[in-house]
Design a protein around this ligand. Structure first.
Ligand code: SF4
Length: 548
């Protein structure tokens, strides 16, 4: 009986010997014939012995697969090699297609083994830090075998769904427009500041790593050997590392060794109101009055369903363009843009043109809600939230995210007549608005001691007075136990205000429990950014304890 042949379809990883798996190494060494693209054969030459080499150039994948099958049918053990993983843009699928075309079935004919390798999404990610820490996808920009229309739809869907995206084959000598078009699509859904990693020749001799942003990425060299990794809405850069959080901070305070939620509590529906179970529970309680992400709920009476709605709103908030994927039809997905719109920080006058534009954008399907916090919330189904945001911004509208984020509520500074403090309000908005915090946090900012816009009842209140600022912390402006904030500092010099408030907010963001309001946080920790909590509720004239 003639010897039965074997096909070993091997992914040998990025190219360095240290990253070839033991099984891949064995498979190559036990083979009698190696079939591969010229460059790949050269990359593994050091571990080859006396195997027969069948090497071909690029675009000859089909003839390579046919030749491998033919040799295996002759009884040979044949290794078909691919860099990265053989099952991801490698040779595995093509070899199977050739076999199936010939009527091959598992169990009869030649034996087939696919040996996995480390693909570029993982090798490049390891060099960048940990950008692929959550749901991610790979998209090849090569339109030699896939219609560009299909590729563009995939980019659009992945961008809207907030996947981390690894772009393979981003550019070549003749394909230069695809990466430009890809950037254009991504910018409809992602901030221009989204971290982007460019890795060329990972773990090979000419390895090159560039950390940049979505807006800037085309200003760097991108070529055939580059893999482009686009972060999601939570990806950040720390000390030259690109990191996508796993999301543990929803339940854990990372700076603490002893967690507030005990292990048995962590998987309860109440501890994860964003979960499917919590959302289903919400559906079962449809009679519960609808609560929007902008309404403030007294925690003592908050229903888990309401918490789930709020959590959902958080999931919708993605920078300025908050989106929610409601469905994923065959074409471009539908999203709901939910965003707070206003005519400005101090400006409270909406022009007729702006109102007309808002109405036009909302159309029949959208809605505009006026909230107790003097906000207009726009919700509109759209597959192009970036364009909607651009239109509003071009009309002079200020867009702010909704959900568990920082929002600045400024007065109108007597229609600008008392406008000395406006630059500080604008700077605070620029630095802090939209920052994710454990619970929606409003900062009231009033331009004189009249404080007629109620800053002193907000969780953080700032009042400009005679060239300096008074700071109030821990107010609660609704509920039966509503109370004003404590005046924790008077006479803060303007140059120290921003740093002091930023420190307060960042400590809350880092140390607050999930869903813990700032007033409760302040009461619990007793001190934030050097400002002391007082049980007596007496105003405290404090020296500034922190600052720039
Ligand atoms: S707080 Fe003062 S500056 Fe602001 S609107 Fe009221 S009176 Fe005018």
């Amino acid at each position: 009986m003639s010897k039965k042949g074997k096909l070993l379809i091997v992914g040998f990883g990025p190219g360095h010997f240290a990253h070839i798996t033991e099984r891949a190494r064995q498979a190559i060494q036990e083979s009698e014939v190696i079939v591969g693209y010229n460059t790949y054969v050269d990359l593994i030459r050091e571990i080859l012995t006396d195997q027969e080499i069948v090497r071909t150039g690029m675009t000859e994948e089909v003839s390579r697969a046919q030749e491998a099958v033919r040799r295996a049918e002759q009884g040979k053990t044949v290794a078909v090699i691919s860099s990265g993983d053989a099952g991801l843009y490698g040779m595995a699928g093509l070899v199977y297609e050739v076999l199936i075309e010939k009527g091959w079935r598992p169990g009869s004919g030649v034996e087939v083994e696919v040996i996995p390798g480390i693909s570029a999404i993982h090798s490049c990610a390891s060099l960048l830090g940990s950008p692929v820490m959550h749901d991610a996808c790979t998209i090849s920009l090569s339109d030699h075998l896939t219609p560009w229309e299909t590729i563009a739809k995939r980019i659009e869907a992945a961008a809207a769904a907030d996947f981390v995206i690894a772009l393979y084959n981003p550019k070549s000598g003749r394909r230069t427009r695809q990466i430009v078009e890809t950037q254009r699509i991504l910018l409809k859904y992602r901030s221009p500041e989204t971290p982007v990693g460019l890795v060329k020749s990972a773990y090979r001799e000419r390895q090159n790593i560039v950390l940049t942003t979505l807006a800037e990425m085309l200003n760097h060299e991108i070529g055939m050997l580059t893999t482009v990794i686009i972060g999601n809405s939570t990806t950040f850069v720390y000390e030259g590392l690109m990191i996508t959080p796993r999301g543990y901070q929803r339940k854990y305070t990372l700076s603490k060794e002893v967690q507030d939620l005990k292990p048995h509590q962590r998987l309860q529906v109440e501890a994860e109101p964003w979960s499917l179970n919590a959302l289903e529970r919400m559906q079962e309680h449809k009679e519960t009055p609808k609560m929007t992400s902008t309404e403030v709920v007294d925690e003592e009476t908050a229903h888990p369903v309401q918490l789930a709605e709020e959590a959902l709103a958080v999931l919708q908030a993605k920078g300025l363009a908050a989106t929610r994927i409601d469905s994923m039809p065959a074409g471009i997905p539908v999203s709901i843009l939910e965003v707070a719109v206003s005519p400005g920080i101090a400006n409270k006058k909406i022009t007729p043109e702006q109102l007309v534009l808002l109405a036009e954008i909302a159309g029949d399907q959208g809605e505009i809600e006026y909230t107790p916090h003097h906000q207009l919330i726009l919700r509109v189904p759209t597959d192009q939230p970036g364009q909607v945001a651009d239109r509003l911004a071009a009309a002079g509208m200020l867009l702010s995210p909704v959900g568990d984020v920082v929002q600045l509520k400024a007065c109108d500074f007597c229609d600008g007549d008392k406008g000395e403090a406006i630059p500080y309000a604008e700077e605070l908005h620029r630095r802090l608005s939209g920052l994710q915090v454990p619970k929606e946090l409003k900062i009231g900012f009033n331009g004189c001691a009249m404080a007629c816009y109620g800053a002193v009842t907000e969780e953080i209140g700032i009042v400009y007075r005679r060239g300096t600022f008074d700071l109030f912390l821990g107010g609660k402006n609704i509920g039966r136990n509503a109370h004003p904030a404590q005046r924790v500092a008077e006479g803060i010099p303007p140059e120290q205000l921003i740093g002091a408030v930023e420190q307060v907010v960042r400590e809350y963001a880092a140390q607050g429990h999930p869903n813990e309001r700032f007033n409760k946080f302040f009461k619990r920790v007793k001190e934030v950014a050097g400002f002391m909590y007082s049980d007596e509720g007496k105003p405290v004239v404090a020296e500034l304890a922190c600052g720039d």
